[in-house]
Design a protein around this ligand. Structure first.
Ligand code: S3P
Length: 191
């Protein structure tokens, strides 16, 4: 996706990008589109993009389902916390970071992100999350039980944490460019 597809001009986008002096961190439920939106946003702003889940897999040299299966969720969460702390320490300027759905629940990670980044909560209704997560079977938390029930419960329990992000964007079932336009609008107002 390039600048032309948004409702902003190239000049407006580069003026916005110049003002971004810290990481933009996307938080929210699995399936909401943090990675897809994050990649496109980074390319429009001409900033790097990092997916924290990919970084965890790279450091552990294992896929996420394998980490859960072999060492359990607590071990994964510990790795997740350390990887995000490293990403926040290594990156001060403009970079877009997509986090795993549970990362922002950790108090230390949440405090660090809120202090050092512009945090954006991407939010969708449960139907959208169910539809989008059904496209891949790489999410261990959805393997044991009914995904709709699990997603509904997790969305409810995590909401108070996500709601601490200063920017809240509802991402519907439409094309990602709609969400990107909302993100650009919010960033313009926030900066
Ligand atoms: C998780 C979300 C996943 C991944 C792991 C746990 C969660 O990331 O970190 O499967 O607890 O919600 P995505 O949100 O990118 O799917």
């Amino acid at each position: 996706m390039d600048v032309q597809q948004t409702r902003y001009s190239a000049q407006e986008i580069s003026a916005l990008a110049r003002q971004i002096d810290r990481p933009i961190v996307l938080v929210g439920m699995m399936g909401v589109g943090k990675s897809s939106v994050g990649k496109r946003l980074a390319s429009i702003l001409d900033c790097p993009f990092v997916d924290a889940d990919d970084e965890i897999e790279r450091s552990a040299q294992m896929r996420i389902p394998e980490i859960f299966e072999t060492y359990g969720e607590d071990y994964f969460r510990d790795g997740e916390r350390r990887v995000i702390a490293r990403l926040m320490a290594e990156n001060e300027g403009c970079i877009v970071i997509a986090t795993g759905g549970g990362a922002f629940v950790n108090a230390q990670t949440r405090a660090l992100i809120l202090e050092k980044a512009v945090t954006i909560w991407l939010d969708s209704d449960v139907d959208t999350l169910v539809e989008r997560t059904a496209r891949k079977d790489n999410r261990p938390l959805l393997q044991n039980g009914d995904p709709r029930e699990i997603l509904t419960r997790l969305r409810e329990t995590r909401q108070p944490f996500y709601a601490q992000a200063p920017i809240h964007i509802v991402s519907g079932q439409g094309p990602h460019v709609q969400t990107i336009n909302k993100v650009l609008q919010e960033l313009t107002q926030w900066l």
